[in-house]
Design a binder for this molecule. Sequence first.
Ligand code: NZQ
Ligand code: ZN
Length: 396
Amino acid sequence: MLNFTFKSPTEFVFGRGTEDQVGDLVKKYGGTKVLIHYGGGSVMRSGLYGRTVASLEKAGLSHVSLGGAKPNPVDSLVYAGIELCRKEKVDFILGIGGGSAIDSGKAIAAGVPYEGDFWDFYSNKAKPGEVLPHGCIITLPATGTEGSDSTVITRESDMLKRGMSAECNRPLFAIMNPELTFTLPPYQTACGVADMMSHILERYFTNTRNVEVTDRIAEALLMTIVRNGPIVLREPENYDARAEILWAGMLAHNNICGTGREHDFSVHQLEHELSAMYDVAHGAGLAALTPAWIGHQIPHNPMRFAQLAVRVFGCPMNFEDPTSTARDGQSKLAAFFRSIGMPVNLQELDERIKKDDIPALTAKVKRKPDGKVGWFRPLADADIVAIYESAFDWKD
Ligand code: NZQ
Ligand code: ZN
């Protein structure tokens, strides 16, 4: 196990009716004038927006609103939000909705006190110092942004999608009411399941040895998601199953599964360029890449993949040929994605994706300073091309 610091300072307020506490929570964290930032309207239809305003007013807080954060949120709305907050002297950002609205709100929170261009934070030119205090009400279990140190924004001028990680991105509070997820369409529900599984797998595939406790936490989360994912798809208003998925989504990405170990995160880097270029859902993009990525990476450490196959998917261990067990796990994972309506290759993801686009996709993928992607078996250009090509028409 490696040395580590683990800090997850967000106050999580979980359960039925918890959104009614939002006014008191903003007040507790010093907000007086709030920007309510949201997406395309689901929070209006569900009544969450109205209840949020009522709770803020009851607590004696004023607010302004900015909607329109679209899936794969873009920089233009962040600039508009920064301008609005400065003009209105907003001192607290409240993101309500899915990961896109909350990520866009995090970007606004970082941009308001900064004199330069907020994109500097996403292009590694600057680190955010002071940020406006921010909290959230999450309605889509997927990204884990409610507890994560990350925000992901797309720059429209060249459709470059970039993440920014910093401790100040962790919300002061996150309200998590499973009932707010009842209205999710099946496709978004399944995308969320795929995304949270990927957040765990990106940390599970590690070169660090002796990380048993984090392995077991990761496996427990994966098993819980695999069990409850199909239940929420069958019974969208099953509170208990929705609650399991909602909490698992947070635990998948607040880095409890990454303690004491090196992570990978190469599938995410390859996916971000897919969702930037074709505006596909992030979770679906991950599902479409993961089986091919596993196929490419099994030779690096077959036992690691076999462990996942045995412990999470119940595959029998073939001690003479761990690679065959690893491949069984790859098949089970792909079958699971299929069973919840997720694509397992790029053709299934979106028919607009062409093989000819692979060089352009490859060129855009964010690299580490050494020019490679990820840590498990770092990907050079030829690996990235090979994975996109294998993912193009991957089948079991
Ligand atoms: O926009 P509205 O009208 O709110 O509708 C949304 C949107 O159409 C809808 N939705 C959300 N909650 C709903 C609902 N519809 C009905 N009922 C509800 N309860 O779902 C659609 C998708 O929402 P979006 O916020 O785009 O999805 P998600 O939460 O998956 O966020 C995706 C974004 O987060 C980034 C992704 O790259 C992508 O840009 N990520 C952020 C991370 C982070 N901050 O830590 C980590 C992730 O790996 C990821 O990269
Ligand atoms: Zn993700």
